[in-house]
Structure formats: structure tokens, C-alpha cells
Design a protein around this ligand. Structure first.
Ligand code: P6P
Length: 341
């Protein structure tokens, strides 16, 4: 039995909807559909060790990575949930080379499109490390009643109407924003509901955690190398040396830093000159959440992630995000060199 003080995802969505006087409830219904799909994926992720769903599925996605069965399951689950909503006209996902266009009579009139990474960090599935679903929701640009086109998906991140992630960890959480702050819900499996657990999440302006794959150190731009040395030098007045925390799963690394304070950096390297992380379905949604929680998200060269005009679906970008003062400090090292992205 749900305790009287617990607020479910649906209840909070309805309350927030009243802040959008002209909203027809479509976005609320869409977030509810997303919550149902997340619960279905949660069940499979939690049983991955038991059910024959681990291991490679054989296909190779556009990233050139082996697709694991759970990746494909998550992709299919979220796509079918969005299609059945009748509100979404199409989806761009990490697992599909091209956009998925819904042409049924209901969906073709949908006002929304979604960019998503259905199961980010999936290389960690077999070692029981937290993984996540990342999503980004836009209103379509093309006219309802016609099939969506790629241009609908190449909107700047500042046009997002909602964004968030599901983290499948020691507990499963849904963290999202509709522009009214960043809010967290924790799944209570005993009642099958996402319950409000973190209202108006605020990330500390300063932190003492830096997250980066230091295995790439020799390939980093000099500004990154200089910033890392700054993090490691002892200075009690600024709480240094910082701690290095990197799990190789964006949602898990970001979620920890969002709560504790810290900076996450995936810079461009000599082997990934555009960076590794994807703009549409990794960096833009995370950037929206970071800013709504009082943090920052840039490309390391002074460009706000949410202002970048995408040129292609699977475009990569250099990514610096987290506590505002830490991102600003890192940028001050980057700006000493004229390496512009
Ligand atoms: P690396 C996972 O594959 C991912 O897309 C993000 O979740 C994560 O932050 C990053 O790649 C890890 O990349 O090169 O450090 O293994």
C-alpha cells in the first residue's frame, strides 16, 4: 500500500502539467508511457544474470560496437511504447542507423519526436555495473499528418521540451526535467511505481570529484592535461587533490556527480577528434538536466552544448559537464590554447 506522503510519477507529472497552461496533457501522457517502458526494461536488466539475455546479440550498431541482447530489447521496448502512445511521430536511437518513422494514422499526427540511447553503458551489463537509458523530447518541426524527417531531429538542445535518464543501479531511478528543475523518482518494486525521491535536485557549485578516462591521457588536448594536474595538486584551501571516479557508464558517472558535485569530461582525443559521446541522445539530455540543476555543460571551448546546431544524427562532441565552478575552471585551462573544436 502506498504511503499517503509518497507521490508517484503520474501525480507529479499532472501537478507539473498545470504549470503549462496550454498543455493538452500530451507530454504528461508521453512521460507516463516512458515510465512504463522503463519498468519493463528494469525487470529484464535485473534478471539479466538469470535469463539467457546476456552476451552478444551478433549485430553491430552504427557505433561499431557489438550489440548485446539487452540493448536490442531496450530499443524495441521503448520504440513500441512510444509508437503505442500515438503522441510520438518518430524516434532516433543509438541502435538504429536512420530515424524510425511511425506511419500509422495515429502516430503520424503526433507532435513529438524522441532522441534516445536505449541502454547506455551496455558494455558494463556483464559485470553488473549500473547502466542507463537516456532520452530527449522535442516538438516536431514538420507538419503533423506527414511522416517526420531527419531535420525534425537536428534541433538545438535548447529546444528540448523534456529530457532525462533511467539509471538501473542498486535501485532504479528516473531523473527528468521539463524545464521546471531536475526531479528524481525511485522505483518501488513492491508497488511498481516510480515514487518522488529527489525534488528540485541542485548540483553543488563546487565538488571534489573528477571523472575522465585517464587511459587516454597521452591523447588529450594540453588544456585537459593541465586541468588534470590542477585536480591532483594538493591545496587544502580548494579541497585538492580531488578524487578520481570513473565507471565508464555516462549515466552512473553523471548521476553520482550530480548529487555529490564533480566534473565529467569526455574531451576530443587524437583518436576521437570530435569526441566520443553523441550530441543528440547523450550530451543534450544530460546538459539539460545539468543546467536545470544549476550546473553547466559545454564542449570545453566555451560553447554551451544546448546551443550547438546538430548536423547529423550520430554526431559526436567533446563534453564537459557538472558543477558550474569546476566546468568554468576546466575551461580556463582549455582557453590557454588555441585548440578550438
Ligand atoms: P570509454 C559507454 O559506452 C559510453 O558511451 C558512456 O556511457 C561512457 O561514459 C563512455 O562511453 C565510456 O567510454 O572510452 O571511457 O570506455
Amino acid at each position: 500500500m502506498k504511503g499517503a506522503q509518497v507521490q508517484t510519477l503520474n501525480e507529479v507529472i499532472i501537478q507539473q502539467q498545470s504549470a503549462f497552461p496550454y498543455a493538452k496533457g500530451e507530454l504528461s501522457r508521453l512521460l507516463t508511457h516512458l515510465g512504463v517502458a522503463a519498468k519493463i526494461v528494469h525487470k529484464k536488466v535485473n534478471k539479466a544474470g538469470l535469463v539467457d539475455i546476456l552476451g552478444e546479440a551478433g549485430a553491430i550498431n552504427i557505433q561499431g560496437e557489438d550489440q548485446k541482447k539487452l540493448d536490442i530489447f531496450a530499443d524495441k521496448t521503448f520504440i513500441s511504447s512510444f509508437k503505442s502512445s500515438g503522441i510520438v511521430a518518430g524516434v532516433a536511437t543509438e541502435e538504429q542507423d536512420e530515424i524510425v518513422v511511425f506511419t500509422d494514422n495515429l502516430s503520424v499526427n503526433g507532435n513529438y519526436i524522441i532522441c534516445m540511447d536505449p541502454l547506455d553503458g551496455s558494455s558494463n551489463i556483464d559485470v553488473n555495473v549500473s547502466i542507463g537509458t537516456i532520452f530527449s523530447i522535442y516538438r516536431r518541426i514538420s507538419s503533423p499528418g506527414t511522416p517526420v524527417v531527419t531535420e525534425d531531429f537536428l534541433q538545438e538542445g535548447n529546444k528540448q521540451v523534456a529530457a532525462g535518464y533511467v539509471i538501473y543501479g542498486s535501485s532504479t531511478m528516473l531523473v527528468y526535467t521539463t524545464g521546471l528543475g531536475t526531479t528524481g523518482f525511485t522505483l518501488d518494486p513492491s508497488i511498481g511505481e516510480f515514487c518522488l525521491s529527489n525534488q528540485f535536485m541542485e548540483t553543488p557549485k563546487e565538488g571534489s570529484i573528477y571523472s575522465i578516462n585517464e587511459g587516454n591521457y597521452i591523447k588529450f588536448p594540453q588544456g585537459v592535461k593541465d586541468y588534470l594536474k590542477y585536480c591532483q595538486v594538493e591545496d587544502k584551501s580548494t579541497n585538492r587533490p580531488y578524487s578520481s571516479r570513473y565507471i565508464g557508464s555516462l549515466v552512473a558517472d553523471f548521476h553520482r556527480n550530480l548529487i555529490k558535485g564533480g566534473i565529467f569530461i569526455y574531451p576530443r582525443t587524437s583518436s576521437n577528434p570530435r569526441g566520443k559521446l553523441r550530441l543528440l541522445y547523450e550530451c543534450n539530455p544530460i546538459a539539460f538536466l545539468a543546467e536545470q540543476a544549476g550546473g553547466l555543460a559545454t564542449n570545453g571551448y566555451g560553447k554551451r552544448i544546448l546551443d550547438v546546431k546538430p548536423k547529423e544524427l550520430h554526431q559526436r562532441i567533446s563534453f564537459f559537464t557538472g558543477s558550474a565552478n569546476m566546468v568554468k575552471k576546466a575551461e580556463s585551462f582549455m582557453s590557454k590554447y588555441d585548440e578550438k573544436q
